[in-house]
Design a protein around this ligand. Structure first.
Ligand SMILES: [Zn+2]
Length: 320
């Protein structure tokens, strides 16, 4: 019998939920579609229904439930209000903490999803044992979280950790945020696909040419990774450029924060081997020797569970 909390990873497409013990073991899981189009009221209603099922199960097994933690994309205030969310259309000034705690009659902590991911890795994954770290999530976009002296750095408005929008090339590629030359415009899965398709449309002929013969929608970061691993030069260049710009951002963070560890996570972390050399080269070239040698760069360890574990850890009081 244990003290447990519900951890929720709410994404634009999927919801993952788990019952997590004090030691970070996930003893029960639930998974479903978010279905954002149904609107916030229905989505929150489904969250309450699924979570109360998990809470009931925990109680009938004799566990004590400390509360619920949820990682949610968007700008989240300190008291758990979703100000706005790029992935959850229509979620504006939504009191998510209030609605969930009202429906579940338990304590609720709401955290930005990338921050929850970083907290999960710092508690139980690649960040274990480090007092200071920056976590990158390389996926559709590039997100991140900063942990300093064992605590998440949220910033005065809860908006800290946006490593994806560090400028790495002043007049560079257009980013979704409106700026030019952000890291996300080079080192996200979206950017890898776009750069590959552009080169192929521009006349490059490689093993990937057949993929876009019908439609460029067939291209994926995974296909580019597989091509790179089998020696495709264009694919290798795209990944090494993604690594180069990631390395520029990492070098800035190393000089700015003198942190112990950088954790590379998200769907693109599987291609770390294709980016590592370029990242290390830029860090070696740009950062001061002492902080560069001190900082370890490692890949994330928890996969899709990082968000569930980080959110639950907040609810359990294991993380702050
Ligand atoms: Zn940007």
């Amino acid at each position: 019998l244990a003290r447990v909390a519900v951890g929720v990873d709410l994404g634009g497409t999927n919801v993952r939920m788990g019952l997590v013990t004090q030691s970070g073991e996930i003893i029960a899981r639930r998974k479903g579609k978010t279905r954002v189009k149904d609107g916030p009221e229905k989505v929150v209603g489904r969250l309450i229904k699924t979570a109360s099922g998990l809470i009931e199960k925990a109680r009938s097994d004799g566990h004590r439930v400390a509360g619920l933690g949820i990682g949610c994309p968007g700008i989240i205030t300190a008291d758990g209000v979703v100000k706005v969310s790029p992935n959850l259309t229509g979620w504006v000034d939504l009191d998510l903490a209030g609605q969930l705690s009202g429906g579940l009659r338990t304590k609720v902590r709401v955290e930005n999803d990338a921050n929850a991911y970083a907290l999960g890795e710092s508690w139980l994954g690649a960040g274990r044992g480090a007092e200071s770290l920056v976590v990158f999530t390389l996926g559709t976009g590039v997100g991140g979280g900063i942990i300093l002296a064992g605590k998440l750095w949220r910033g005065v408005d809860g908006m800290a950790g946006e490593v994806g929008h560090i400028t790495v090339n002043p007049n560079g590629r257009q980013c979704g945020c409106g700026n030019r030359g952000c890291l996300e415009a080079y080192s996200s899965a979206t950017a890898v696909v776009e750069r590959t398709v552009e080169a192929l449309r521009g006349g490059r002929f490689t093993t990937l040419s057949s993929v876009i013969r019908q439609s460029s929608a067939e291209m994926s970061a995974l296909k580019v990774m597989e091509a790179a691993l089998s020696g495709d030069m264009l694919a290798k260049t795209v990944y090494s450029e993604a690594g180069k710009y990631l390395g520029i951002a990492v070098a800035d963070l190393v000089n700015l924060l003198n942190i112990e560890r950088i954790v590379i996570g998200g769907g693109m972390a599987g291609a770390w081997g294709l980016m590592e050399e370029a990242v290390n080269y830029e860090v070696y070239r740009r950062a001061f020797k002492v902080p560069a040698e001190r900082c370890e760069i490692v890949t994330a360890q928890l996969g899709d569970d990082a968000g569930i574990l980080g959110s639950a850890g907040l609810a359990l009081g294991k993380l702050e």
